[in-house]
Design a protein. Structure first.
Length: 433
């Protein structure tokens, strides 16, 4: 578990530099790193009561797993953590995401996510993580309903590394959709995506990214923005929002490829691929030329069409790569299935109000939650003992129940000892302490 210890150390180093609003900091009982790591531990262990359990364990044994596993010196209270986190810039921990990705890339683990001759697919999508009619802060967006009620909510732009056939996703730093200083209109997903791309373009360059997204991103300004950085894109392309493009397609002979193969145990299906290059994305002489690709899935005789997908891309389609291009394009749904759904329903409780605060608390807690998710998946990729511990159970969520349950009653000297206990069922001898 050297990797996990390394990631936690990286987080601790960044946490030490977090702004400290207290006066007389040298005499402060709790360091900023202890405060941040205590909050992180709750998300990593998927237990809202983890800190209370560690305080009780420390009272009994003089030490806690927060100290041995997360390298903390002290255990701050929940209220103190919320007070001290509120106001830390929302992007303060973003470098840790890239440190994890860089480590995976250095040790060749990121090769599991490479597609299209060494490129990395990055799916973009927005998601809400908080809503209320009573609780609000200056960072809240608003919705006015027909009955006159105002709903306050928070949302973010998610960016996630995905790959065809890969059940895991690796999150990158989010961009929060918040009211922007000096802006007359509310912030939106498109503006957040533009800010995100401008902010992280240099960090992304080594990944040779291909961006995936829904029809919201398939417009000329954002496509040109992606191309300006020498990146590529594959975006969903709906007829309802691309009338000029689809008028151009009418009556034009397209390249085609038809393949018959099984579909997820449902018998044979016919896959008909179509593509056309240099199609105008909009009207006018300055229109960007893109490549249109499409897939229709039907029964083996070409009847009873069941699915129809269309995308636009800057990557040149050919008979030799069209299946791979479409497979990559359809991987964009993994940001919903393997990321947001997991974060909301599988123990991370993304939509739960862990603390709203008056400034940045809600966003900071989401960032720490995403970092926990990132480290979990990095461990699944790189750690044999983590993989063996997960294999003990039929559901991944069960591993975390055992993690925090064992840590409630027993003190473990290391992650290795904790996971070995889960694998073997035998707790470490007291002599290991």
């Amino acid at each position: 578990m050297e990797k996990l210890n390394h990631y936690i150390k990286c987080l601790r180093v960044v946490a030490e530099e977090a702004p400290d609003k207290r006066s007389g900091r040298p005499n402060a009982k709790y360091s900023m790193s202890d405060i941040c790591l205590a909050a992180f531990s709750v998300f990593f262990m998927q237990s809202p009561s983890f800190l209370a359990h560690q305080q009780a364990l420390s009272a009994r044994q003089g030490r806690s797993n927060l100290q041995t596993l997360f390298q903390n010196v002290q255990i701050p209270s929940d209220n103190h953590i919320r007070e001290m986190l509120d106001g830390i810039p929302m992007d303060h921990f973003d470098s840790v995401f890239f440190q994890i990705i860089s480590d995976l890339r250095f040790h060749k683990s990121l090769e599991h996510f490479q597609s299209l001759a060494g490129h990395i697919l990055i799916a973009l999508d927005g998601s809400e993580y908080f809503s209320s009619y009573q609780i609000s802060c200056p960072k809240c967006s608003t919705r006015k309903h027909r009955n006159g009620e105002i709903e306050y909510f928070h949302s973010l732009l998610g960016a996630v590394i995905v790959a065809p056939g890969q059940s895991m996703a690796l999150p990158l730093p989010p961009e929060f959709i918040n009211p922007q200083d000096g802006a007359q209109k509310q912030d939106c997903e498109q503006k957040a995506a533009e800010r995100w791309l401008a902010k992280y373009s240099e960090e992304l360059r080594a990944l040779k990214p291909v961006f995936l997204g829904d029809d919201l991103y398939a417009h000329q300004p954002f496509c040109l923005n992606v191309l300006k950085h020498d990146f590529s894109f594959i975006f969903t392309c709906k007829p309802s929002s691309h009338k000029i493009l689809y008028e151009y397609l009418e009556g034009v002979e397209k390249e085609t490829l038809t393949v018959t193969k099984p579909l997820s145990g449902k018998g044979l299906r016919r896959y008909r691929y179509e593509w056309l290059c240099d199609v105008p994305i909009r009207d006018g002489p300055q229109a960007l030329k893109v490549n249109w690709i499409s897939l229709q899935i039907s029964d083996p005789k070409g009847k009873a069409k069941t699915s129809n997908y269309s995308f636009l891309t800057d990557i040149a389609p050919r008979a030799s790569n069209i299946e791979k291009l479409i497979s990559c394009a359809r991987s964009r749904w993994k940001i919903e299935n393997e990321t947001f759904n997991v974060l909301k329903n599988n123990g991370y409780n993304l939509e739960h109000n862990f603390g709203h605060g008056k400034k940045t608390l809600a966003a900071l807690l989401v960032v720490l939650n995403l970092l926990a998710f990132s480290m979990h998946n990095a461990c699944r990729l790189t750690s044999r003992v983590w993989q063996e511990a997960e294999a003990v159970f039929s559901a991944k969520k069960r591993l975390f129940i055992d993690l925090w349950s064992l840590c409630k009653y027993h003190l473990f000297p290391s992650w290795q000892a904790l996971l070995n206990t889960i694998i073997s069922g035998i707790p470490p001898p007291s002599s290991e302490f």
